[in-house]
Design a protein around this ligand. Sequence first.
Ligand code: ADP
Ligand code: MG
Length: 316
Amino acid sequence: MNTAVNYRMLGNSPEFTTLLRSLDIAAATDVAVILLGESGTGKELLARQIHCKSSRADAPFVAINCAALPEGLAESEFFGHAKGAFTGAVSDNPGRISQAEGGTLFLDEVGEMSLDIQAKLLRFLESGEFQPVGSLKQRHANVRLIAATNADLREKVKQGSFREDLYYRLNIVPFHVPPLRERSGDVELLMASITRDLAEQYKLPAPSYTKAAMACLRSHDWPGNVRELRNLCERMLILFSGREIDEGNLPREIRHQHRKQWTFSLPDTGICLEDLEKELLQQALEKADGNQSKAARILGLTRYAFMYRLKKYQLQ
Ligand SMILES: Nc1ncnc2c1ncn2[C@@H]1O[C@H](COP(=O)(O)OP(=O)(O)O)[C@@H](O)[C@H]1O
Ligand SMILES: [Mg+2]
């Protein structure tokens, strides 16, 4: 099976590159990894990258979306079934775990797995053995497990919808994949690279973004993360191919968030602009609990521009 990652992993913010470095270390071992993060942050792409950099790279990468398994068919999807095990089982089915033999099994949205499957999966993880539906024979498989979720598994354990023993078994090496709004500088880089790639794919001239449009995109929250950004690039390429995109051309939900929500009136006595700037930098840092990327975003600045100002006022 060809598991090569056919798209580039983009991002050079310190928040993202630190994660990539740790993932490289984990990839070199056979340890179970769990990727925690919001939807669209790139968890599946990262899982594929771990697989491609591991000693299992030539074996299959098999992904199961635990939230999309039809009720009643989940067990046979995971563990396979014997011919005649149930109505419609017209032939033997090896199941996904067998298909991943020697390679990596990626369990996406692992928090959505039913308690019944959780129990069977735990048994497999502990013994390497499982039983296909309708078969008396035990089967063996050797797979490396990577799980991903955007849910709070600890909370699910508390509520009784996720097994505590499975939680500990999966949570050996957890990685937090940061949301796009916390990756300083990555919005610009991703916009540029993804637009370039899509323009080539669609054979259309790429659009460009004005400074005001970029400032708006930088301060957007990106609740759908890289997936949302990718979709926006595609939409903008189709609608504004070869043209310049200004703030007013951006979708309403992005413009609205950026709209000015404050007013400032200059007192008759005047102010010292430098003091005001210094004060705003300090307040942004306080609001962001010292996180410089977040503080930069609050002020609509790039991390670089923010750091430059901190240095200028010796606030570091
Ligand atoms: N760092 C990245 N560089 C390039 N594309 C990315 C990156 N992260 C995510 N993507 C793209 O964004 C989309 C969502 O990524 P995905 O891995 O499915 O996210 P998740 O599994 O966290 O929901 C995919 O099209 C993926 O290729
Ligand atoms: Mg996903």
